[in-house]
Design a protein around this ligand. Structure first.
Ligand code: ARG
Length: 455
């Protein structure tokens, strides 16, 4: 493509380090879309003839069909997706192919292709996140009053409802979706027409190409247009945050499916056996979702480091922008799909959850609150009295609600029978009616809100 200035061919090493077709062929659709928009604009502006435009459009449509059918012969000599497609177009329509590159450069071309690709993926993730949120809301709906232990420090703290726990993740994933939407809105400007770096003397119409490609407007600065990759970094950042949420939920699934917890079970669909231990059912899908965050955060770091310190405008360093994004997005896509599947698949073990919810004096706070409310005791004193009662229960090997009234009165004589109304895990959770609290009635209201929102 630049034979005019060169008399020798590149060394094998030069070619090996330079070639990108193996991975950027993923941008084929976007590259063709961009070229179609550019050619239409060149024709409308009278920069190329309508005959050339017709030949270019026809040729590109044929090339797209060849690629879709898997019939396209990718060439490493032609380096990248742009030159591969242009080379094939030349084979098909001859000289008219050479006019397609008028008023543009591979620098704005690749920036456009990559933006379109990232944008399409952000839209795809929004759909995936909706499906995951829907699955969480379904589990919440089926478990608005399923009592389980709530934890701090992974130590039993206070009883909560399983539905409440599911909806906590629905909140996180909804924020992830909104982060992706924000990113999409910010990145949706067209680099096309920035040309190599400085713009072009041809009377191009950048609004027209921006519009044809679904961008809100052309980017205002040509140097920025060809060298900005913050859109990809931002998309990766949103993906990283989402992956950390997935990883936390995956970790809970791993813990909850262990024999020691046995809070939930997963079916054969989302577990694997062991080749040596016949009793095993391993939560491999959850473990892999937990791990995928590694590559996704790694990709974010990788692209930031590629971009740091790069002078304006385009440098070939930027060819290294794509693989981390491709890999991270593939990982996130799979992780979202697997998590959605597992959430739909899991069965909470209600008896076991209820038993665990009552263990470890989880309603001690309720006892203290009862002392405050019924005996008008200052909370600090109530805390102390409750601590003494817990120690007594521990000595007797009993749960709080199994202690006798006499035992409680031995610590605080004013305690009455009424105290038992607050000591069960269900009573404890049901009393937490403050906005955002875990009470089943709150969870039912939240499920309703979510269902309305999801449509
Ligand atoms: N394959 C290149 C990339 O991915 C396309 C842009 C090449 N531009 C250039 N001036 N060499 O960045």
């Amino acid at each position: 493509m630049w034979g005019g200035r060169f008399s020798d061919t590149p060394s094998g090493i030069m070619q090996a380090i330079n070639v990108s077709i193996d991975f950027d062929k993923r941008l084929a659709d976007q590259d063709i879309q961009g070229s179609l928009a550019h050619a239409a604009m060149l024709a409308k502006q009278g920069i190329i003839s309508s005959d050339d435009h017709a030949a270019i459009s026809q040729g590109l449509a044929e090339i797209k069909a060849e690629i879709d059918a898997g019939d396209f012969a990718w060439s490493a000599e032609l380096e990248d997706i742009h030159l591969n497609i242009e080379g094939r177009l030349r084979e098909k329509i001859g000289d008219a192919a050479g006019r397609l590159h008028t008023g543009r450069s591979r620098n704005d071309q690749v920036a456009t292709d990559f933006r379109l690709w990232v944008r399409g993926n952000l839209d795809h993730f929004a759909g995936r996140l909706d499906a995951l949120i829907r699955a969480l809301v379904e589990q919440a709906d089926a478990n608005t009053d399923t009592i389980m232990p709530g934890f701090t420090h992974l130590q039993s703290a206070q009883p909560v409802t399983f539905g409440h726990h599911m909806l906590a993740y629905a909140e996180m994933f909804a924020r992830d979706k909104s982060r992706m939407e924000d990113c999409r809105a910010r990145m949706n400007e067209s680099p096309l027409g920035a040309a190599a770096l400085a713009g072009t003397p041809y009377p191009i119409d950048r609004d027209m190409t921006a519009d044809a490609l679904g961008f809100d407007r052309p980017m205002a600065n040509s140097l920025d247009a060809v060298s900005a990759r913050d859109f990809a970094i931002e998309a990766l950042s949103a993906a990283s945050i989402c992956a950390t949420h997935l990883s936390r939920l995956a970790e809970e699934i791993v813990i909850w499916t262990s024999a020691q917890f046995a809070f939930i079970s997963l079916s054969d669909k989302y577990t694997t056996g062991s080749s040596i231990m016949p009793q095993k059912r391993n939560p491999d899908a959850a473990e892999l979702v937990r791990a995928k965050v590694g590559r996704i955060v790694g990709a974010t770091t990788s692209l930031m480091i590629v971009m740091k310190g790069l002078p304006l405008a385009y440098s070939k360093d930027m060819q290294e922008d794509k693989e981390p994004v491709f890999d991270a997005f593939e990982a996130l896509d799979l992780a979202l799909a697997a998590m959605t599947g597992m959430i739909g698949d899991m069965t909470p073990n209600k008896d076991r959850l209820a038993e665990a919810a009552g263990a470890a004096y989880s309603t001690a706070t309720d006892l203290a609150d009862w002392l405050v409310r019924s005996l008008n005791m200052p909370f600090r004193d109530a805390h102390h009295v409750t601590g003494t009662i817990v120690a007594l229960a521990e000595k007797q090997g009993k749960t709080l609600d199994a202690l006798s009234l006499a035992d409680m009165q031995s610590v605080e004589p004013k305690i009455t029978d009424d105290v038992f109304s607050v000591l069960s895990p269900l009573a404890s959770a049901s009393s937490r009616l403050s906005y955002g609290g875990t009470a089943p009635s709150n969870v039912r209201a939240q499920v309703k809100r979510w269902k309305k929102k999801l449509g």
